[in-house]
Design a protein. Structure first.
Length: 131
């Protein structure tokens, strides 16, 4: 909080001692302004503390809600990931077989036999359009 070192009671007493002068009126008004500013600063500080508590509460609620949503969606997400990995596995096997064929510099007959096996195994699908 802002520390105001001026004693407003002292200023009011000082203005009373000056009895009716223009300076006495100004000192009294300054004392009231200082008091109002002090009250306003205290009010702001209370509001800041209250809002800080509310923000912390909202953060906690947000974290709890995120954890709850993750718990709800986790099984479905894990299933989707497993499905995606399962889908990619035959593709990787196919790539490995093609790389082996390209890397070995094997003969034409072996490549033909391997491609025939891949078609038979369903790794390669051939469709013919008769239109």
């Amino acid at each position: 909080m802002i520390e105001l070192n001026t004693d407003t009671d002292f200023l009011i007493k000082l203005s009373d001692d000056m009895e009716g002068s223009e300076t006495a009126r100004d000192v009294r008004m300054a004392a009231h302004d200082i008091k109002n500013l002090r009250d306003y600063a205290e009010s702001l500080e209370r509001s800041i503390n209250q809002m800080s508590g509310q923000i912390n509460s909202i953060r906690t609620q947000r974290d709890e809600a995120a954890a709850a949503l993750l718990a709800i969606f986790r099984p479905e997400l894990e299933k989707m990931i497993d499905d995606a990995l399962e889908y990619c596995r035959p593709l990787e096997d196919l790539r490995d077989r093609v790389e082996r064929l390209e890397g070995d510099q094997t003969g034409y007959v072996e490549i033909r036999d391997t491609v025939r096996d891949m078609i038979r195994d369903g790794d390669i699908i051939v469709s013919i359009d008769h239109s």
